[in-house]
Design a protein around this ligand. Structure first.
Ligand code: PMP
Length: 440
């Protein structure tokens, strides 16, 4: 296969569909491929060319509105006016780094760790979830003096070399090193939560043995608290608790990846408490700055004390005043508008409606949800995962101007995860589009 052909295969954009796109977009895609290379992917057979956002809505070049039922970064809404005003004001005052003394980042660290509790009293700031994961791995390896890491078999934890090494969802060409052992995620479609929890813990124990057989003691187990990339397998309580206990029993740390589940997504501030785990380290990012680059590792002081005694840390942009202003605005908006509680209440009613759609025999198997995060397994007549139909449903919804995606090991799990400003009046738009796309 030529390099050009393999580039096209790698990209989700099907050039044969170019005929259905505005000529200006076809040209832009060609420029993008030339200027940005082959690693990028576009969503949807007919990519959406967005120029503006507001609340739960994205607008394209024709001014058409799309209901955003996918993006978790703009947690308090696209172009949120409070975030916008605070960031703009701060840009006019000061934007520098954490090597100077300043109130803002300290006040934010105090506030956000106050929301975490569970002894996670300290915050170290970075710019992306990947950097947070990378730093958490460094801390875990430093504190334990070990190298081995256990992660789930379709996880995504980020783009740095160390984060990609525990991100098997990047596919078969992404190498997983010797010191990483992968374990299957729970399968809530076929296991009860109690069975899933026990089985996961026993897989952790086997993984420890496998690592040791290769000469690596386990430093950490890292799990996304909602197991998003594994097909949203973390929607039931206490599924991760025994696994966390198992890694501890073998002297490793538990890292809760809250990049997806943090900041209210599940109807609670964080995903890990309902899992009954007491993490040693927590990583957060994405919604933390509503699009401004703000991410963090949170830890119990004993771990940062140990790391910090031996190691200097500085991240040029991490925790700068502008990002922190966005972070404070996010916390204000979530709190003052009651968005976390609403995610729980509204999420429960949307989940009921989704179950109704599934029960109506639309080729949907299991339906899961936690707050405003939902997963529907698209299956064929024999009940097997049907990735092709899931992709068709996602594209039909895009054509109906409702944006969702698909994920999971078999790429058949519809992933619905709107900004938390998604409200009662938006639910029928989502549900009608979904029912229509499934019925097709
Ligand atoms: N962890 C999880 C669970 C994620 O979903 C992501 C991003 N999708 C990351 C880490 C990496 O975050 P970022 O893209 O900000 O580097």
């Amino acid at each position: 296969m030529t390099a050009a052909a393999s580039r096209h295969m790698a990209n989700s954009f099907d050039p044969a569909r170019a005929a259905s796109l505005p000529p200006a977009d076809v040209k832009l895609i060609a420029r993008r491929d030339r200027a940005m290379g082959a690693a990028y992917r576009l969503f949807y057979d007919r990519p959406v060319h967005v120029v503006r956002g507001e609340g739960v809505w994205l607008y394209d070049t024709d001014g058409d509105a799309y209901l955003d039922a996918y993006n978790n970064v703009p947690v308090v809404g696209h172009a949120n006016p409070v975030v916008q005003q605070r960031v703009a004001a701060q840009l006019g005052v000061l934007n520098t780094h954490t090597r100077y003394l300043g109130d803002d980042v300290v006040a934010y660290a105090e506030r956000v760790t106050g929301l975490l509790g569970h002894g996670l009293e300290q915050a170290v700031f970075v710019c992306t979830g990947s950097e947070a994961v990378d730093l958490a791995l460094r801390v875990a390896r430093h504190v334990t003096g070990r190298r081995g890491v256990i992660a789930t078999s379709h996880a995504y934890h980020g783009t740095t070399a160390a984060a990609a090494a525990i991100s098997p969802s990047l596919g078969p060409n992404n190498p997983i090193p010797d010191e990483v052992e992968l374990i299957a995620a729970p399968d809530l479609a076929s296991e009860s939560p109690a069975e899933a929890a026990a089985a996961l813990a026993s897989r952790v124990t086997s993984a420890v043995a496998a690592l040791r057989a290769r000469g690596h003691d386990p430093a950490a187990l890292i799990i996304d608290s909602v197991l998003s990339s594994d097909g949203l397998q973390g929607t039931e309580a206490n599924v991760l608790r025994e696994a966390a206990a198992a890694i501890r029993a073998h002297g490793g740390l538990y890292i809760a990846d809250e990049v997806q589940s943090g900041f209210g997504r599940t109807g609670a501030w964080w995903g890990f408490p309902s899992q009954g785990v007491e993490p040693d380290l927590v990583v957060a990012g994405k919604p933390m700055g509503n699009g401004m680059p703000l991410a963090a590792v949170f830890a119990r002081p004993e771990h940062f004390d140990r790391f910090g005694a031996d190691m200097r840390f500085f991240n040029t942009f991490g925790g700068n005043q502008v990002s922190v202003a966005a972070g404070q605005a996010v916390l204000d908006e979530l709190t003052e508008r009651g968005l976390v509680e609403r995610a729980g209440v509204l999420g429960a009613s949307v989940l009921n409606e989704l179950r109704g759609i599934a029960a109506a025999g639309n080729g949907v198997g299991a339906v899961r949800g936690s707050g405003l995060f939902f997963a529907l397994e698209v299956v064929d007549d024999a009940g097997r995962p049907d990735a092709a139909r899931a992709s068709a449903v996602v594209n039909r919804m895009r054509d109906a101007r409702v944006l969702i995606s698909a994920s999971g090991r078999d790429a058949n799990v519809l992933k619905i995860r709107p900004p938390l400003v998604f409200a009662e009046e938006h639910a029928p738009i989502l549900l009608d589009a979904l029912a229509g796309a499934l019925h097709h």
